[in-house]
Design a protein around this ligand. Structure first.
Ligand SMILES: C[S@@+](CC[C@H](N)C(=O)[O-])C[C@H]1O[C@@H](n2cnc3c(N)ncnc32)[C@H](O)[C@@H]1O
Length: 243
């Protein structure tokens, strides 16, 4: 399990869920890598032969390089200090991981990579906020969600979205934007969707305060749909693809 450097560490639940979506034997690029824990873990366990790790800021990349060196993986994990996908060689990567950033920042990074609109690539995205806007960005730009998992780490709930390009804008209703492919029989997914339903209800209140009663009805309907799927333990995994 080791490559001559430090012992293998355990990934937390959040990064572990990201790692589970990375395809074995493929080459991942971890954008916004910070400490580089994920690429180190992926290479050191042998799940992937090599990886790219990039970050927009100098300080995180310094820490990434230090950790990569201490695990003896400098030959296998190439680092860049750059914005988003800049510097990532499209012909050398397969899986793009963007974790631990806001959903809008993730969408902005993806929009800088027209080359990602190709079935070769897999996107593994873990938004810290605005997951619904990220899903909407994906559907509008021809990506569909092929898997999604909710996890709880240190008392906070997160979702990890796995998406691939489908070639045309993905037809979607609003409930797909808010529920993604979360499976409500999973307690973490149910808790995350309950939180989402509460947000929708407060958006409905905001509409009512502005006398926007059709907006209010719209958000109440969406919240009710989420609550129904939680109560029914329904999987939102609509069989749109396979991992
Ligand atoms: C909170 S850390 C997440 C680290 C790691 N991915 C994780 O999930 O544990 C976010 C990192 O993203 C980097 N970042 C933010 N915007 C970026 C961008 N446009 N391109 C590359 N890196 C970015 C930040 O410098 C920071 O190191």
């Amino acid at each position: 399990m080791e490559s001559g450097g430090e012992k293998l560490f355990e990934l937390g639940a959040r990064l572990s869920a990201c790692a589970d979506f990375v395809r074995r034997g493929r080459i991942p690029a971890d954008i916004g890598t910070d400490h580089a824990y994920l690429p180190i873990w992926l290479v050191q366990t042998g799940r992937v032969p090599a990886a790219f790790a990039s970050d927009i800021n100098e300080e995180p990349i310094r820490s990434a390089i230090k950790n990569i060196e201490s695990h003896g993986l400098s030959e296998k994990i190439k680092t860049f200090t750059d914005d988003g996908l800049d510097s990532i060689p499209p012909h050398e990567v397969d899986d793009i991981i963007i974790a631990g950033m806001g959903g809008d920042n993730i969408s902005a990074i993806l929009s800088g990579g027209e080359w990602l609109k190709n079935r070769r690539y897999r996107l593994i995205l873990q938004p810290m906020s605005r997951a619904s806007r990220l899903r909407e960005y994906l559907f509008t730009n021809g990506f569909d969600i092929i898997g999604e998992k909710a996890i709880c780490e240190a008392g906070r709930l997160y979702t990890v979205i796995c998406a691939e390009y489908r070639g045309a804008a993905v037809v979607h209703d609003d409930s797909y934007i808010y529920s993604g492919r979360l499976d409500c029989s999973d307690p973490n997914a149910a808790a995350l969707l309950k939180k989402q339903a509460e947000i929708l209800l407060s958006m409905a209140e905001g509409c009512a305060a502005k006398d926007d009663y059709s907006g209010q009805a719209h958000y109440i309907r969406l919240a009710e749909q989420l609550i129904e799927s939680i109560q029914g333990g329904i999987s939102n995994d609509k069989g749109k693809g396979s991992i």
